[in-house]
Ligand binder design. Structure first.
Ligand SMILES: [Zn+2]
Length: 409
């Protein structure tokens, strides 16, 4: 958006200062800026809560993404004009024993608490939204709407009653698994392959319970078979909170055309991720990989670090990022995935889920301040205002409303 704002001021200067005809490019930039400001913009997946564990990180303060400040905070959401974001309560998959399940459930509670502390601290800037109506009200009051999703159903363990416990704490979607199989379903990335051949018997109960409560089922990270099992069972539309298309990038985390067609029939939506390696085949960077591995080894895989050790580790991490720069995808390549879905099943089944602070970053959309560049690319490619409004949140709000209606029935 920075870029857009500076473009916009050039455009205005040209218009008022020189009274010259505004070029077509400048007209598009001005139109983008106006549209991007007017519509409700929703990002369905940011991993920013991971940062809240770090003592002293205040979402109400502006940070620098190039200095280890992450991709998002409330002032930068304002700058980039992002109205609403689903904060992921993420836990990595570990052991599935009663003791480990108990421990991870408590960690999930603690992460939710840490977001609530930030919302309380910054209540003039942002507020929790528990449904579509609340989201719209918060946005119309000029505040950021923050919603909770849970990335990985691991904290549910094998206790069905915990689905409602988490729902009551504000969790509006559950990404059924992460990069390993869990008690709910098989993952797309588990190196050991399938364990349940899709959704487990317990997973089927979880899907029914989520339908009953009005929680969105998130199929990002699940195996293809798990996806089809969910679709077979669910009475409500589902979301992929942060995925791309396999036709453009052959990666197990992405959705095949067949899956996208099935998703569209279900009434659901795929939220395209700003994750370079899902967008395109990125160039290998072995020096960066080994430097990162060396750092992990040096700092005990970043476990049980003191505040000083944590600060030192993150400084070294930033330095590695600076020296060995990653091959990043561009906004244009991201929008290619939107084009693909729109051409395949129409405009009603595609949206955006950045994965900021979980690996989401693009060359020309490095953090939340630059999301206007996505709108600009859509404008340039001829998407109408209505279509862009659907991509940026309209489709997601439709799905969320349908999910709520199924619960009421
Ligand atoms: Zn993820």
């Amino acid at each position: 958006m920075n870029k857009l704002i500076s473009f916009l001021s050039i455009a205005l200067f040209t218009f008022f200062g020189c009274e010259k005809e505004i070029s077509k490019e400048n007209q598009l930039i001005m139109h983008t800026a106006e549209l991007h400001e007017k519509i409700i913009t929703i990002d369905t997946h940011v991993d920013t809560p991971l940062r809240l564990y770090r003592s002293g990180f205040n979402l109400g303060e502006m940070h620098d993404s190039h200095q280890g400040g992450g991709k998002l905070d409330f002032p930068r959401m304002v700058q980039g004009n992002l109205d609403a974001a689903f904060f992921a309560v993420f836990v990595g998959q570990g052991e599935r024993t009663p003791e480990a399940n108990e421990k991870i459930k408590k960690r999930a509670f603690a992460i939710i608490d840490s977001i609530n502390v930030q919302l309380e601290l910054n209540k003039d800037d942002a507020e929790f939204a528990g449904n579509v109506l609340q989201l719209k009200n918060i946005v119309s009051n000029g505040k950021r709407a923050i919603l909770f999703g849970m990335e990985n159903g691991y904290p549910v363990g094998s206790d069905l009653s915990l689905v409602k416990t988490f729902y009551d704490k504000g969790i509006l979607y559950i990404t059924l698994c992460h990069t390993k199989n869990n008690d709910i379903c098989d993952s797309s990335d588990d190196p050991d392959g399938a364990e349940h051949n899709g959704l487990s018997e317990f997973g089927k109960e979880v899907v029914k319970e989520m339908n009953r409560l009005g929680m969105m089922i998130d199929i990002s990270h699940v195996s293809d078979k798990s996806f089809y099992d969910v679709i077979e069972l669910t009475e409500a539309p589902v979301i992929a909170s942060h995925s791309c298309t396999r036709a453009l990038r052959d990666h197990p985390r992405n959705m095949t055309d067949e899956m996208i067609k099935t998703l569209a029939k279900n009434g659901g939506v795929i939220q395209i991720a700003f994750y370079s390696d899902y967008i395109k085949k990125t160039k290998p960077n072995p020096q960066r990989d080994s430097a990162r591995q060396a750092l992990r080894d040096k700092y005990n895989n970043f476990k049980d670090l003191s505040d000083e050790e944590h600060a030192a580790a993150s400084n070294e991490w930033i330095e590695i990022d600076r020296i060995y720069q990653k091959d990043l995808a561009t906004v244009s390549e991201l929008v290619d995935h939107i084009d693909h879905v729109a051409n395949l099943v129409g405009i009603d089944h595609v949206g955006l889920g950045s994965d900021f602070d979980g690996g989401g970053e693009l060359e020309d959309c490095y953090d939340v301040t630059a999301i206007g560049n996505v709108t600009h690319e859509l404008v340039k490619r001829g998407y109408s205002d209505k279509e862009i409004e659907k991509i940026w949140g309209g489709n997601l709000m439709r799905v969320f409303t349908n999910v709520e209606q199924v619960a009421v029935k």
